[in-house]
Design a protein around this ligand. Sequence first.
Ligand code: ASP
Length: 317
Amino acid sequence: MNPTPVIAIHGGAGTILRSALTADAEAQYHAALQAILQAGQRILADGGSALDAVTEAVRLLEDCPLFNAGHGAVFTSAGTHELDASMMDGVTLEAGAICCVTRVKNPVLAARRVLEASEHVLFTGAGAEAFAAAQGLEFVDPSYFHTDARYQQWLNARGSQGTMLDHDAASLDGPIDPDKKFGTVGAVACDARGHVAAATSTGGMTNKQPGRVGDAPLIGAGCYANDATCAVSTTGTGEMFMRMLAAYDVSARMEYRGASLEEAAREVVMERLPRIEGRGGLIAVDAQGNVTLPFNTEGMYRGFARVGETPVTAIYR
Ligand code: ASP
């Protein structure tokens, strides 16, 4: 039997405390998540592929300044922006990713072109931008990625000398605890044919060193999709997700051990990652249309929508 198509998205995890997010900010996040889920839902309802649904959802998340990807990307220690994105198709196991780009408006679209038009999987820096230009993608001046909220965050982070995950400060303009700051966006979907896909995009961590690459553009760490198991997109302390191959580990637990989607995702987020102080979460779907959104932080901007049903969005635990 064909599954009911479903899409899930995240906008980053971290110390998002109810007490620190204003009602207005909270409403803005819910509204953005709802609108983006509805866009994904429409693609799936019209018979679109999981790959198309996750591409469009992540493109919209990149364009929204509330999230640390595309337009809302965080600052490096040099005061610049370096963006990373990846995507994978569960049907063919084809994948595409780019990292350290500074002028590509929508990194996820570049990842999609790598998946479709290149024999390679990952391009970095100048080579990634040359590829994106050859593919006719839209470029912007680096100042496009400047948002005042992230700039303030960066000034705070510089004062404390650390790197930060994007959403650890409950309010974008509040003081930031250096150990608490993640962002990143992602989407996973299962379409009407039971095919799955995943996409992840990020500005990385506030005040990261130039050239630092996290899990988001690495297939198996921040993104993975396989029709035989699941599609996964992660957010959190990228270095720990890389060391745990977190996204692939969810799939491997299903494939090798017969774990359910929920069990596999819970083990990775609640048991494996905490062993090395990995903080964050992930979203995952399988080819039967099951969805799970576990995280081990105080909050994760997240939601899912099945075709024909009202989207569900949430922020806190
Ligand atoms: N995982 C991302 C990175 O390490 C950060 C995040 O999820 O906010 O670049």
